[in-house]
Design a protein around this ligand. Structure first.
Ligand code: UDP
Length: 503
């Protein structure tokens, strides 16, 4: 548990008020909500957290309502009319951007309604896919901050993308050399995020539009800290290219991650998983989970299951109905449980029941990562999962699926040294099926070999650094405290001005 400075601020004056809006998906909601909780519990703010309601977000609902606080007001935006706008085969980002675009049409009237007579918003914090909010808040004179919920490597690449779009002809994935982001390490074209692998499709256009608007933010929060990504943070701060954009001030305030799920009796999933983990030896269990939406093909899931069985290691396997789309469950997270026996290899669940626990659809990930029996995490390398793993000192096996996960996996293995990559990406950037034998070898190397011990030593260093940066006096804590103080000062100035205006 990190040490904090406790609640700061004058308790008699009205608490300054900050608004939040996150696009759908746990990967965005989690860090924004954790930031909201910090402002409320550590910096004496009140927060209105606006939620875009999609039709199927059980995990999202449970998470948002698990930590009630009198100064944290969760407000649903009126559901938008999506009729005729969403199609079966729409890519996930396009779908998400259309939902956000339609949902924020009501934002102006929601903000003008005074949010139940709370004070005027001091600042509004959004994620990268809510940049339509810049226009609404400009009219209302509310400064907007972007919370970039992914890595600094992706932030640097995204700030560079509009320039690449102007200067490069053809597809980025066909470039003969890795991408040279100014002042930063080079990015292999095989690792480029899905959204920029085909410039002709809508997903690319949406992504480019949103990142082009990053410079409209008053500041950019990033869910990282100096010791994790020193070179990338230095590059964005010092390189002339970023100064010239101009890039708004960048504030590393992470790692802000989901807190440990409650192990109360009502929460059957948590209890079952904890009871099982309690019976296993220290560092002996491989946790296999591919994010909130990740899915494997039938063939790949079969190979994974049989590779786990061959490795003879203990495991928790979170499974979802196989699909040819790598993110089939993104909009149905937490509501799509099924019987894994229907699609896992015949007899697998029975044969492995002494060493394995199969969980359908959704597991209490932070409980698992926090448990002493968990020895490694086979992860899709989503940024939240990455931070959660490091924060709990668990080395990773990277199995990237979509979005920027390939970039993350490469950085975690080649630069940071807390992961090995499963060879799921071919030389040409294509997804390849990894066979059971190869899976067995990688799993054994991480769970039993010298490679695993090396990763574990490195991740333990970063675990300590993550705790320190968020503690009172630590860099991330102080960075947020500095911004919070500036909001308070502006609030005082506004109050003084309005008191002095002639009536
Ligand atoms: N998660 C979870 N249980 C699961 C799968 C995912 O609690 O079975 C949580 C995980 O702890 C993390 C989030 O869902 O906070 C996934 O975010 P990430 O950025 O890693 O990936 P995304 O889902 O956005 O691809």
């Amino acid at each position: 548990m990190e040490a904090t400075c406790g609640e700061i601020g004058n308790k008699s004056s009205p608490k300054p008020h900050v608004g939040f809006l996150a696009s759908p998906g746990m990967g965005h909601i989690t860090p924004l909500f954790e930031l909201a909780l910090r402002l409320v519990t550590q910096h004496n703010f009140q927060v209105t957290f606006l939620v875009i309601t999609t039709d199927s977000t059980a995990a999202q609902y449970n998470y948002l309502h698990a930590t009630p606080h009198p100064d944290l007001h969760i407000v649903d935006l009126p559901p938008a009319d999506m009729s005729g706008l969403l199609f079966e085969d729409m890519k996930v980002l396009t779908r998400l951007c259309v939902i956000v675009q339609e949902s924020i049409r009501s934002l102006r009237s929601v903000l003008l309604s005074g949010l139940n007579n709370r004070p005027k918003l001091q600042a509004f914090i959004i994620d990268i896919f809510c940049t339509g909010v810049f226009d609404t808040c400009k009219d209302l004179s509310i400064p907007v901050y972007s919370f970039f919920t992914a890595s600094t490597i992706l932030l640097a690449f995204s700030l560079y993308l509009p320039t690449m779009d102007r200067e490069v002809e053809g597809e980025f994935v066909d470039l003969p050399e890795p991408i040279n982001v100014p002042g930063c390490n080079r990015i292999r074209t095989q690792d480029l995020l899905n959204q920029v692998r085909n410039r002709k499709i809508d997903e690319y256009k949406w992504y480019l539009m949103h990142v082009s608007r990053l410079s409209m933010a008053t500041g950019i929060f990033v869910n990282t800290w100096h010791d994790l990504e020193p070179e990338w943070l230095k590059g964005i701060k010092n390189e002339q290219f970023f100064v010239d954009i101009p890039t708004p001030p960048v504030y590393p305030i992470g790692p802000l991650t989901k807190r440990i799920e409650s192990a109360s009796d009502e929460n059957a999933d948590v209890k079952e998983v904890m009871t099982w983990l309690d019976r296993q030896p220290k560092d002996s269990v491989l946790f296999v989970a591919l994010g909130s939406g990740g899915t494997l093909t039938n063939l790949q899931l079969t190979e994974l299951a049989l590779g786990l069985e061959l490795s003879q290691q203990r495991f928790i396997l979170v499974t979802r109905t196989p699909s040819d789309s790598a993110f089939a469950a993104f909009f149905t997270v937490g509501v799509d449980s099924d019987d894994p026996r229907a699609y896992l290899p015949d007899g697998f669940v029975e044969r492995t029941k002494e060493v394995g626990l199969v969980v359908s659809s959704w597991a209490p990930q932070v409980v698992v990562l926090n448990h002493p029996s968990t020895g490694a995490f086979l992860s899709h390398c989503g940024w939240n999962s990455t931070l959660e793993s490091i924060k709990h000192g668990v080395p990773m096996i990277g199995w990237p699926l979509y979005a920027e996960q390939r970039m993350n996996a490469t950085m975690l293995s080649d630069e940071i040294g807390v992961a090995v990559k499963m060879p799921v990406v071919g030389e040409g950037g294509e997804t390849v099926v990894v066979g059971r034998k190869e899976i067995e070898q990688v799993v054994r190397a991480v769970m039993e070999g010298e490679e695993g011990r090396k990763l574990r030593r490195r991740v333990k260093e970063l675990e300590a650094s993550a705790r320190q940066t968020l503690s009172c006096g630590g860099p991330s804590y102080e960075t947020l405290a500095g911004v919070a103080e500036s909001w308070k000062r502006q609030g005082c100035a506004m109050t003084t001005r309005s008191c002095m205006e002639p009536g």
